[in-house]
Design a protein around this ligand. Structure first.
Ligand code: SOE
Length: 390
């Protein structure tokens, strides 16, 4: 009989639902050293939490996340709340000896992320593990891109071009949900989706960003107040309120290996729904990925003859591709939800092996530092060189 790892999750909105399906399915598709048990779901509203627990597959509902820390049948705490509560929950859970998986971005500020990373380092000494949930690392094509770079197929990295494009708040009447409020979300498109492309770029290249030059913009500055919200949609209440985060963030960066990178994160790219894109150009070849075609990785081998070279599509559904073999026959493809399943699989394996999972809270802190640098650079107008408009 395998030992059981009891899970307690906080939050049940969009991310809570993705993580719940991951906990529900992971043991059915992967051979795990520990059997995850969906012990309890925590939320503030008793009725809504009970309903969500029943629907999503949790055995119990708790109305205070602190109750999860008192439960002996909970060994893992999964944090799916807005960023303003990540630090408090994660630090308390780690101190209580619970392994922690925390949604991204790790925190709302660098100070909070530093506290969380320090707590994770201390906990690791006691065999307690912490991971930040940058799910796109676990898309098979993205993991394959990392493998290609690590194998040296790209040579020296010269360029990274990363974009995360969405359009769900283009309508100025779309309400002021928590993702548009700085006190809850920390920042806007920057932290919510820019954090993903920063992590993806650092993960795939194996390099770090060493500095940035940035601009951000809030196109719609006032919005209807939100009534009850669910996932990314919400009804409007009465009155309006200020949008306190960026709608779009653009920045350039330098990489540790000497390459140059550009990043664009926006929720105003009409027609683009969830286009996390990355192109990497190296001295020996290039890679390109777009989440809207998430089962494909494009690879150009520059060592080939001119006549043969050129971008070719790798359909990342073969048994030899990362994670893919656990699912369907070649060509049948995976979706958004699978990356979350892969994430908890890797987390459980790291817990059982007594190793630090990746991305660690230190990796999350590094991303948080980049986010803060982008905000600082964007706020500094002296770096913007005006051009006379004729
Ligand atoms: C909203 O922009 C959002 O749900 C992000 O919060 C997620 O991290 C991303 O995966 C999809 O878009």
């Amino acid at each position: 009989m395998r030992p059981v790892a009891g899970v307690g999750m906080v939050g049940y909105a969009f991310m809570g639902r993705t993580h719940s399906q991951a906990w529900r399915n992971v043991d059915a598709f992967f051979d795990l050293p520990l059997r995850p048990a969906m012990v309890a779901l925590a939320g503030r509203n008793p009725e809504a939490t009970e309903q969500a627990a029943a629907k999503l597959g949790w055995a119990h509902a708790e109305t205070d996340w602190k109750r999860l820390l008192d439960r002996d049948d909970v060994q893992i705490v999964d944090i799916c709340t807005p960023g303003d509560s990540h630090a408090e929950i994660a630090v308390a859970a780690l101190a209580a000896g619970k392994h922690v998986i925390c949604e991204k971005p790790l925190a709302n500020t660098v100070a909070e992320a530093e506290e969380m990373a320090a707590a994770a380092r201390a906990a690791a000494g006691r065999g307690v593990r912490a991971m930040v949930a940058f799910n796109y690392r676990r898309v098979p094509a993205v993991a394959l891109a990392r493998r290609f770079v690590a194998e040296g197929k790209l040579g020296q990295i010269r360029h990274v071009r990363a974009q995360y494009l969405q359009d769900w708040i283009v309508d100025p009447d779309f309400p002021l949900v928590w993702r548009l409020q700085k006190d809850k979300a920390g920042s806007g498109a920057l932290g919510d989706i820019g954090a993903h492309i920063i992590d993806t770029a650092q993960y795939v290249t194996g390099e770090r960003l060493t500095g940035v030059s940035a601009m951000t913009e809030t196109f719609v500055k006032e919005r209807p107040l939100a009534a009850a919200s669910s996932g990314l949609s919400a009804g409007s209440g009465t009155g309006t309120g200020p949008v306190t985060v960026d709608d779009a963030a653009l920045f350039t960066a330098r990489l540790t290996g000497g390459g140059l990178a550009s990043f664009e994160a926006t929720r105003f790219a009409t027609g683009r729904k969830n286009a996390l894109r990355i192109e990497i150009n190296g001295s020996l070849g290039s890679l390109a990925f777009d989440f809207e075609s998430m089962n494909e990785l494009w690879f150009h081998d520059h060592t080939l003859d001119d006549a043969e070279a050129g971008f070719r599509r790798v359909l990342v559904t073969e048994p030899g591709h990362p994670y893919a073999g656990a699912w369907w026959p070649p060509g049948h493809g995976l979706g958004y939800e699978h990356a979350f399943t892969h994430e908890v699989k890797d987390f459980i394996e790291a817990i059982a092996a007594g190793t630090d999972p990746a991305p660690s809270f230190d990796d999350g802190l590094q991303v948080q530092r980049v986010l803060a640098a982008v905000e600082q650079s964007a706020a500094d107008d002296s770096r913007f060189t005006p051009v006379e408009v004729s």
